[in-house]
Design a binder for this molecule. Structure first.
Ligand code: 9MR
Length: 550
C-alpha cells in the first residue's frame, strides 16, 4: 500500500512538472513499482519497445478536499474580503475560489470549523493557493481564530509549508499543524504575511483534518500512585476534556489526586462581577468525587487569568479587598469539604530574586494589580479569607523557580513572617516547572529549607522540558534519556524527603496536551504510551543504576 502511495505522489509531482504552470492533466497514469518490475524484460535489447504502463487508477480531485466543484463549501468572507467561485482557473476539476477586496493582511476568507473540531484537538490544514497576475508574488500564512466567551485569539499553523511565498500562475501547496486551544467558536483562514498585504488570490482543494493519534494507554503498567502510596499522594492537572474515554481511564489508573488545571482560575469562575460560571469546575469536582480522588483547587489569587474588574487601577483599597474576599468566600465555601487543598496565592514573587536581598521579601514581590491596589497584605488577607470560608482546607502558597536560592529565601521569609503573625498557611507549593538543566541539589536544598518552617511541601506542577528539542517533531533517544535521568534524580529526592512532602502533582497527562507541548515535558507521549521518564519515576534507583548514573 505504501509503495503505491509513493508511486502516486511521485507521478503527481512528475506530471505537474511536465504539464507546466497552472494546469494538471485530466488523467494521471499510475503504476506501482511491482508492476514496473514485472513488465521489465530480463535484458534490454535495443529493439525492444518500452512496455505501456498499465492504467490502474485516475486521480482528479481528492474526495476529502473542499474543491468548490458544486458550491463554496461553507467558506465565508473574512473582514473586507469578497469570495467568488470561478472556473477561470482550477487546480483539479473545474472550479476554485477567488478572494478579492482585501484591505488588510488578515482579510480574505475563512472556514468555520466549530462543528468539525474539538477544543484541545490537533489539526492539519492544507490548501493550494495562487495569487492573481496583478497581485504578484505574495506571502501567505495559515492561521486559526479561537473565540472564548466573545474573546478572540489568533494562532499560526506551523510547519515549513504553513508560511510560503507563492507566484502568480502557479499553484502552491500549503499545509500546517496546530494544537487547538479551548474555544466556543473556531475558524481557520489564510492571511497574507509580508509580501502582498492586499493581494487577491485563488484557493483550491482545501483539507482540514484531525491528526490526533489513537491512544495506546496500557492499563497493565504499574500505577504511579500505588508505587508511591507509602510516600506521598500522586496527582495530575486536568481540564474537562480529559474526563472522557481513555484519558479518564488513564487518570484513574495513575493518580489519586487531581488539580483543576484551568477551570477554577478567577477569570474562569467570575469573569463578570457576581456571575459565577461553575460548569467546568463542577464537572471536574464530580469526576474526583466519583473516583474517590482528592481534589486540589487552583487558584484563588493570581496576576494572570484574573479579570480586570476585580482590581482595576484607581479602585479603592476597600473595594478591592471586598472583591478579593467575596470571590474567595464564594468559591471556597462552595467546594468546602470537597477541595482538600487550595493553591490560595499563586506566583506573588518576581521570576527570580537576588539572594542578598531576599530577607526583604516585600521588595521582590511581583508588581501585580492586587499589590498595587491593596498593598502587600493582599496575601494574608487572601489566606485569612480562605480559612474563614473552609477552616479544614489546607492552604498553600504556590510559586515557580523555588529551586533558585534567591527566590527560595524570599518566599521562606515571607511565609515565616506570616506564620509568626498567625496567618493560616499550611504548605509551600513548589511548582516544579523544570528543564533538563535544573540542578537536583538545588531542588533538595529548597525542600529542606521549607521544611524548617514546619509545614509540608507540595510539588504542585511538575514537568521537565527538553529545551534543545524545541521545534523537533520527535524526541531523540538521547534527549529522552536525559530527561528521564532528571526525573529519576528528582523522584529519588522526593522519596528520600517524603516526611516533608505531602504530594507530587505532574502538570498534565501527556506531552501533546501540556502547556509546554513544544518541549516534550511529561512522562507520557501524546498517545499516552509511557516514555523512559515513566520508568525513571517508577523506580529511580534501578533506572539510574541501569544507566550507570547516580
Ligand atoms: O496549564 C495552564 C495552561 O493551560 C494555561 O494556558 C496557562 C495560562 O497561563 O496556565 C497554565 O497553568 C499555569 C498554572 O496555572 C500556574 N503555574 C504555571 C502554569 C503554566 O503556565
Amino acid at each position: 500500500m505504501k509503495k503505491k502511495f509513493f508511486a502516486i505522489t511521485l507521478l503527481l509531482v512528475l506530471s505537474f512538472a511536465a504539464c507546466g504552470r497552472n494546469s494538471v492533466d485530466e488523467e494521471i497514469l499510475i503504476e506501482t513499482p511491482d508492476e514496473l518490475e514485472a513488465a521489465e524484460p530480463e535484458s534490454t535489447p535495443a529493439a525492444t519497445p518500452e512496455p505501456e504502463p498499465e492504467v490502474i487508477t485516475m486521480i482528479e480531485i481528492d474526495p476529502e478536499a473542499y474543491s468548490f466543484e458544486a458550491d463554496s463549501n461553507g467558506f465565508s468572507a473574512r473582514g473586507s474580503g469578497e469570495i467568488t467561485r470561478t472556473d477561470e482557473v482550477s487546480r483539479a476539476g473545474e472550479y476554485s475560489l477567488l478572494v478579492t477586496g482585501r484591505t488588510a493582511s488578515w482579510n480574505g476568507i475563512s472556514l468555520d470549523v466549530t462543528d468539525i473540531s474539538e477544543p484541545f484537538g490537533e489539526y492539519e490544514f492544507s490548501l493550494w493557493v495562487m495569487p492573481t497576475e496583478e497581485s504578484g508574488a505574495t506571502t501567505f500564512q495559515l492561521s486559526a481564530e479561537f473565540v472564548v466567551r466573545g474573546n478572540p485569539s489568533w494562532h499560526h499553523f506551523t510547519g515549513t509549508l504553513a508560511n510560503v511565498t507563492a507566484q502568480p500562475g502557479e499553484w502552491t501547496r500549503m499545509t500546517g499543524k496546530l494544537p487547538f486551544e479551548n474555544f466556543n467558536n473556531a475558524s481557520v483562514y489564510i492571511e497574507t504575511n509580508g509580501l502582498g498585504a492586499s493581494a487577491s488570490f485563488y484557493i483550491d482543494d482545501v483539507t482540514f483534518r484531525s491528526i490526533a493519534e489513537e491512544s495506546v494507554f496500557d492499563n497493565m503498567l504499574p500505577r504511579l500512585f500505588e508505587v508511591y502510596a507509602d510516600y506521598f499522594d500522586f496527582g495530575t492537572a486536568v481540564v474537562t476534556r480529559d474526563l472522557q474515554d481513555e484519558r479518564a481511564d488513564f487518570i484513574r489508573h495513575h493518580f489519586n489526586t487531581i488539580t483543576v488545571g484551568n477551570d477554577m482560575k478567577p477569570s474562569s469562575l467570575q469573569n463578570t462581577p457576581g456571575r459565577f460560571t461553575w460548569n467546568a469546575a463542577d464537572e471536574i469536582a464530580g469526576f474526583a468525587r466519583e473516583n474517590n480522588m482528592y481534589l486540589i483547587g487552583h487558584t484563588l489569587v493570581w496576576h494572570e487569568q484574573s479579570p480586570e474588574w476585580m482590581n482595576r487601577r484607581g479602585m479603592s483599597r476597600e473595594e478591592a479587598i471586598n472583591n478579593l474576599e467575596s470571590h474567595i468566600e464564594e468559591v471556597v465555601s462552595r467546594y468546602a469539604g470537597q477541595i482538600i487543598v487550595w493553591d490560595v496565592v499563586n506566583e506573588a514573587f518576581t521570576n527570580s530574586a537576588d539572594l542578598r536581598n531576599a530577607e526583604n521579601w516585600r521588595t521582590v514581590l511581583r508588581q501585580t494589580p492586587w499589590l498595587e491596589v491593596i498593598g502587600d497584605d493582599y496575601i494574608e488577607i487572601a489566606f485569612r479569607a480562605a480559612h474563614t470560608a473552609d477552616p479544614n482546607a489546607i492552604l498553600i502558597y504556590n510559586d515557580f523557580n523555588l529551586d533558585e536560592p534567591g527566590k527560595r529565601e524570599a518566599v521562606f521569609h515571607m511565609v515565616q513572617e506570616l506564620l509568626e503573625n498567625g496567618v493560616p498557611i499550611h504548605g509551600i507549593g513548589m511548582q516544579g516547572h523544570y528543564n533538563t538543566g535544573t540542578r537536583p541539589a538545588n531542588v533538595e536544598a529548597s525542600i529542606l529549607r521549607f521544611a524548617e518552617l514546619g509545614i509540608p511541601v507540595h510539588i504542585t506542577e511538575l514537568d521537565i522540558t527538553v529545551n534543545a528539542a524545541q521545534g523537533h517533531e520527535t524526541l531523540s533517544e538521547a534527549h529522552e534519556l536525559q530527561q528521564a535521568l532528571l526525573y529519576a534524580r528528582l523522584f529519588r529526592i522526593f522519596r528520600e524527603n517524603s516526611d516533608v512532602i505531602d504530594r507530587v502533582t505532574v502538570w498534565g497527562l501527556d506531552d501533546a496536551s501540556s502547556w509546554r507541548a513544544d518541549r516534550f515535558p511529561l512522562a507520557f507521549n501524546r498517545n499516552l504510551s509511557a516514555k523512559l521518564s515513566y520508568y525513571a519515576i517508577l523506580d529511580p534507583d534501578a533506572f539510574l543504576e541501569e544507566h550507570d548514573a547516580s
